[in-house]
Design a protein around this ligand. Structure first.
Ligand SMILES: Cc1cc2nc3c(=O)[nH]c(=O)nc-3n(C[C@H](O)[C@H](O)[C@H](O)COP(=O)(O)OP(=O)(O)OC[C@H]3O[C@@H](n4cnc5c(N)ncnc54)[C@H](O)[C@@H]3O)c2cc1C
Length: 482
């Protein structure tokens, strides 16, 4: 491919330019050793997941789970309590000892002698022409171009106008985890996964949590999880659902948020977790001839190519319908393959995308809800199985965990799986396998062992509870142990 025809003076031309070091940083492997590559990263190496997303949140969530289990251990006959919470110690364990070290090592590797074909640029990049970007190295502005450009620039938190305009100090996922002290009280704006994970963390560690949500919490869940989850959340949090913030002021107590019904919510700290917006709107995409969906989501074809700009590719949150790390990584693998094998390209893998919310109780879902399955015309069979009906659920003294499976009575195929309870994100993996390999669930329960008395027996029992028009004769619950 030729150097782009552009009137802009270019400091250096590369075979490949990558914007963003989240999943984008995993593209250059040994197969790219003979290519000149520019990696542009304006913030910390490793992107959202490593620095301010999946990984540190789950390190806090695990700590919160332990604190909550300790507080609730009376039901197991134990007398135990959390005597103190060393928040600054957690911050340094999670960030200084782990996340920051990994991020710094990642950057050092890319800048160092082991990847001599790669140059790192560390200033915000914008397109100034076709496959041409203005960025910088330290204080030195640079304009670079590439035969091919991969945009893996991620997303950022949405801030409601009423909060942005109020001038109050608010936090997002980008800085809430590095607070100097654990706050006594926290107002969370948002009712999605990120809001629920932080609400769980802070509540479990001893902070009073108020949640302001435009709708109900985790509103896209299957109805059999949605109601119970909202009821359980109401036992822990002060929830103002169906409410929108209309303003906020700084007071002696912290931040007071005014709501559209005239009420207020006050907390020492305010967290905004109202969703994420793809970063394309900050990339000067029109100059690069790059089409978007809405303001910032780059429009790509099934292979990850920009629909309008030849040689431009995109992956992850900046272009994907799914803002999830496992999807960004899977898209990265497809784009990497397609860059190397233009004659034999792979599609972006978007079938049966699972998701988990690491709150309490933990939630994991894959495939359709019951309502969606009916809308899609499936002849639906469902089973809601309580954790409390299997032996390991007894060991846990669990009273709220459920697994709901949704299948098609005619085909014997699973169409959705929904878990709420301990280890939900692990338990669901078998159902992800069923969907990925298009297995017939009439045989899946009976034709394998299920370790007794392990928690996957909840899945086994749920499968055995589904009813089909042509039941498999092996699918009998005779060997059930609970
Ligand atoms: C709090 C939180 C918890 C999450 N938990 C989970 C979870 O448990 N499981 C899960 O699957 N997903 C989770 N996610 C989502 C997940 O983090 C993202 O889907 C994933 O990190 C997106 O990866 P990416 O490579 O597309 O973008 P990113 O990782 O965001 O990388 C983009 C990079 O591009 C850089 N960049 C952007 N614009 C420019 C520019 N113009 N110039 C130079 N550099 C630029 C950014 O600085 C950033 O480093 C979570 C997200 C958040 C916020």
């Amino acid at each position: 491919m030729q150097t782009p025809a552009s009137k802009t003076a270019v400091d250096r031309h590369y075979d490949l330019v990558i914007i963003g070091t989240g999943s984008g940083n995993s593209i250059p492997g040994p197969e790219f050793e003979d290519q000149s590559i520019a990696i542009i990263e304006k913030a910390s190496f490793g992107g959202t997941c490593l620095n301010v997303g999946c990984i540190p949140t789950k390190m806090y969530v695990h700590t919160a789970d332990v604190a909550l289990q300790t507080a609730e251990s009376g039901r197991l006959g134990l007398e135990a309590e959390v005597n103190s919470v060393d928040w600054p110690g957690m911050v340094s364990r999670i960030f200084e000892n782990r996340v920051d070290a990994i991020s710094a090592a990642g950057e050092e590797y890319r800048r160092g002698p082991k990847t001599p074909n790669i140059d790192v640029y560390d200033q915000h990049a914008v397109f100034v022409g076709e496959r041409t970007l203005r960025t910088g190295q330290g204080v030195h502005p640079r304009t670079i171009s590439g035969d091919r450009v991969v945009v893996a620039a991620g997303s950022r938190p949405v801030i409601p106008e009423a909060i942005a305009a109020s001038g109050v100090r608010y936090h997002t996922n980008e800085d809430i985890m590095r607070l100097p002290q654990l706050p006594k009280s926290l107002v969370v704006i948002g009712g999605g996964s990120i809001a629920m994970e932080f609400a769980h963390v802070f509540d479990a560690l001893g902070t009073d949590v108020t949640i302001i949500a435009r709708s109900t919490l985790l509103r896209n869940l299957d109805q059999d999880l949605h109601g119970p989850f909202n009821n359980l959340a109401a036992e822990r949090f002060d929830i103002r659902s169906g409410r929108t913030p209309v303003g906020a002021v700084q007071t002696d107590q912290g931040i007071t948020v005014r709501l559209d019904d005239g009420s207020t919510a006050t907390g020492e700290v305010l967290l905004v977790a109202t969703g994420r917006i793809p970063n394309g709107d900050l990339l000067g995409l029109p100059a690069g001839g790059i089409e978007t969906i809405g303001a910032g989501r780059i429009k790509v074809d099934e292979y990850g190519r920009s629909t309008s700009a030849a040689g431009v590719w995109a992956l992850g949150d900046v272009s994907s319908p799914y803002m999830l790390k496992h999807v960004a990584n899977a898209e990265m693998r497809a784009v990497r393959h397609n860059l190397l094998n233009p004659e034999n390209m792979q599609r972006m893998p978007h079938d049966h995308v699972p998701a988990a919310t690491f709150t309490h109780p933990q939630i994991a879902t894959v495939g359709m809800t019951e309502a969606q399955a009916r809308e899609h015309g499936h002849n639906v069979t469902t089973k809601v199985q309580s954790y409390g009906d299997v032996a390991y659920g007894w060991a846990l003294e669990d009273t709220t965990g459920i697994c709901k499976l949704v299948a098609d009575k005619d085909t014997g195929k699973l169409v959705g799986a929904h878990y709420m309870g301990p280890q939900a994100s692990t338990l669901i993996q078998q159902m992800i396998t069923v969907l990925a390999f298009d297995l017939d669930v009439r045989q899946f329960a009976a034709n394998q062992y299920w370790i007794h008395p392990a928690l996957p027996e909840v899945t086994e029992n749920a499968l055995l509870g589904l009813t089909f028009n042509q039941p498999d004769h092996n699918n009998s619950p005779d060997h059930l142990t609970s």
